[in-house]
Write a protein that binds this ligand. Sequence first.
Ligand code: ARG
Length: 460
Amino acid sequence: MANRMWGGRFGEKPDEILEEINASIDFDRALYAQDIAGSKAHVSMLAKQGIIGAEDADKIARGLDTILSEIEGGKFKFTRALEDIHTHVEARLAELIGPAAGRLHTARSRNDQVATDTRLYVRDAIDRLDKALAGLQHALAEKALAHAATVMPGFTHLQTAQPVTFGHHLLAYVEMLARDRGRLADARKRLNESPLGAAALAGTSFPIDRDMTAKALGFDRPAANSLDAVSDRDFALETLAAAAIAAVHLSRFAEEIVIWASPSFGLVKLSDRFTTGSSIMPQKRNPDAAELVRAKPGRIVGALVQLLIVMKGLPLAYAKDMQEDKEGLFDALSTLALMIAATEGIVRDLETDEKRMKAAAGEGYSTATDLADFLVQKLAMPFREAHEITGKIVSHAAANEKPLHRLSLAEMQGIDKRIPQDALSVLSVARSVASRTSYGGTAPKNVRAAARKWLKRLGK
Ligand code: ARG
């Protein structure tokens, strides 16, 4: 038999290979709730506009409710022969209520239907991601407050640069995640227009009320151009771009965790709950969760690139190519959710080795800048000159295999006799971080205030 939904002009049934390449039900079944919600909004609009009778509309709405509970109860039968979620719902509706089911698709096409469903799906996903990101920010801000004065090495080029506080480092991610939430919120704002009623591509001759369906589905307004409404996927691209950036942020943090937890660094300890053992080396504690957070962005960036390539050069309006928007998109959104959940778990359980952190913070002549700054302030020396003198002091310390704070005043004065006694006091890491009180700086006082501000803003 030819396809029940569109088989009127077809004599032969579809080839098996066509069915395999064409059917999207294996993945677009994820849209069932949005599809049914869209159909319910559509049918009550059709009835209110007098396009279909109230009795039929009622039957359709009740049938749709039954289908929803069948799907949610795992009792619904999916088959590739029925192509996609839209045809599945309609075919089942016909089984349940008979010919009245055939009125549901009046003044609508699968083109505006799938665009509507996908927007609703992405909107829900954005709302969940926003909540999850806020939860992660909260976990980071709490840790940051607890570690406002914990010193650790700050790196540039992954070389010890200057001491920073662990809380300050964590709050850097809170800022990044705030921008990620902002990008997702922007995408949500732009995507929240209803394609429903654009029909196949040209609109419809039926007296539909697009404002009514838009409102019923929580959209801000109907999309203004029917061609654009069915062919736009930039809402998905924009969301994927925002998701990719967020994923990249999480991967940077994950990589830092992996480095810090390596015994050669030994700055943090991960919990048993987020590490695994080795089947051969009994001593191992592997940071698998962090490693996977580090690796997962490939899927999300991949989904973005894949959809960009699908859309590139695609003529208006709908083309079946666009069915390829879904698998990568769905996978990307759930992957990001999993990455956020794993990162939050890692952060909440994370323990620090403060002794190691402090010792590492003082390695590599990390307070050399403090000495140079001190010479500038104390002796009114130009910074370049102070930099030169400090460089010589560092070189002397290195030649004698000593850290800066183990140098005597006599040794320093051997390099420049103007160096005063209290120069020794600026060489400690605690003093170094405490002095960084400029706006946005790493001083414990700043970090405490910033962490409190975030915790207040995030609630709880
Ligand atoms: N499964 C299709 C998709 O996801 C639905 C739209 C089909 N439209 C069509 N004209 N065949 O894109």
